[in-house]
Each structure stands twice: as C-alpha cells, then as structure tokens.
Write a protein that binds this ligand. Structure first.
Ligand SMILES: [Fe+2]
Ligand SMILES: [Fe+2]
Length: 237
C-alpha cells in the first residue's frame, strides 16, 4: 500500500503519480520548473506552506488520511482559506460557465424540442443558484469566522462544528443533471456536445466531492483545534 505523501519526495514524482495535484499547485500559485527539488523545497521557494500543500494532496487522494492538527500555524490556515476561495472562484467563473456554454449549444441546436430545452435550462439555473448560495455562505460567514480566529477574535454564536453539521452536499444535484443528459434526453441532439458536457460533469462531480472533503476533513479539524487551544502557535512546524 502506498504511504501518504511526504515533504521529502520529489515534486515531479508526486505530480507524476497523481496528475490531479496540478490543480492544487496552480491554485496555490506554485510555479512549474521543479527539477529534482523535493515537495518541501518547491513549496518553500514559492512561499507556500508545505504542510498545507501536502495535507490537501493527502486528503484528496487518501480517504483514511487524518491531518496532524498539533502546532498548526496561522499562515498554514490562511493558505488553506485562500485555496478554498480560489477553488470557489474557479468553479463559478470557469467550470460552471463552460457547462452552461455546452447546455446552450444543446438547447439551441437544430430541431431542439422546447420542452427538453426548458427542463435543462431550468434545472441548470436552479443548480447554479444552489451552488452560489453554498459558496456565498462559506465566503461571507465561514471564512471570515476562520480569519477572525486567526487574528484572535472569535465571533459569538458560531463554531466550526456548527458549519460542519449544516454543510450540505453539492454533488447530488449534479448527478441528477448527468442523468437527465444520459437517460432522458433522446437521441438527435449533437452527440459531441452531449458527451463533452457529460465528461465535464463527471470531472466536476469529483472536484466538488474533493472540495467538500478538504473542508470537512482538513479545515474543520484545524479550526476546531484552534478554537480549543485558543492560541496560534507561531513557530515549530
Ligand atoms: Fe467550499
Ligand atoms: Fe462546502
């Protein structure tokens, strides 16, 4: 069985073994050109916490991974919040519009049935609204709460446990959208676009699932630890 990723392995071989880390590198602003450098060396020369980079990779690839929360530093948690915000931004401003573009090609294709078009457009719009409200809540309530904790201010009436309890699933409806396209949309629509949007939706579903894991299994335990200890250890790791 493969062990969890560590800071001493080469960055190039980590990416070779798991190409999905490319998105993580890109969101954290880590530049390519790794040479023979280790994960820790590459992260440090890009001013990114190796601990956060490795924890995100490990949570994404290993379901039994549990982060070590002892001694977590301010900068590490703020790197994580930055990563989550950038992910939201990418989902809303890049991935969802590209799905929308495919759906509009399907609904405006020659001979498209207006009934099918309405169902697809309506479903997609509802889903987009659901996503926006999920991300908005995190951006306007949860992340500011976390940054408050980092600066020593704790907002009353909220806790990270409360977020965890109410954290909803954003993939379920995506799966319904896939089923509409896979099962209920009859033949006759441009198949290249139907397959293209299906492939995008499968990738997005995996991305959303991963994103939720990073929030539930990394952000929540780190912040819960800070809430408990009431201090940020600034040196050490
Ligand atoms: Fe999120
Ligand atoms: Fe979330």
């Amino acid at each position: 069985m493969r062990e969890f990723y560590s800071g001493s392995e080469k960055m190039a071989s980590l990416v070779n073994g798991s190409y999905k880390t490319i998105k993580i590198l890109s969101r954290l602003g880590i530049k390519p050109g790794f040479g023979e450098n280790s994960v820790s060396e590459v992260c440090q020369s890009n001013a990114v916490s190796p601990y956060i980079f490795l924890s995100i990779c490990n949570v994404s690839d290993f379901h039994d991974y549990k982060p070590n929360v002892e001694g977590v530093k301010n900068k590490e948690v703020s790197d994580l919040v930055r990563y989550l915000r950038l992910s939201h931004n990418e989902f809303i401003n890049k991935d969802i519009p590209s799905v929308e573009f495919c759906i509009s090609k399907i609904t405006s294709s020659e001979g498209a049935n207006p009934k099918h078009s309405d169902i697809l457009k309506h479903f997609f719009e509802e889903y987009r609204e659901e996503l926006e409200s999920h991300f908005n809540y995190e951006e306007k309530t949860v992340f500011p709460y976390v940054t408050g904790i980092l600066s020593g201010v704790r907002k009353e009436g909220f806790s990270i446990e409360k977020f965890e309890e109410n954290h909803t699933n954003i993939e379920a409806k995506l799966s319904d959208l896939k089923n509409i396209l896979l099962k209920y949309l009859p033949a006759g629509y441009p198949s290249d676009v139907v397959y293209e949007v299906l492939a995008k939706l499968y990738i997005l579903e995996e991305e959303f699932e991963n994103h939720a894991h990073i929030e539930d299994r990394l952000l929540v335990p780190l912040v819960a630890h800070l809430e408990k200890t009431g201090e940020i250890i600034k040196n050490g790791r």
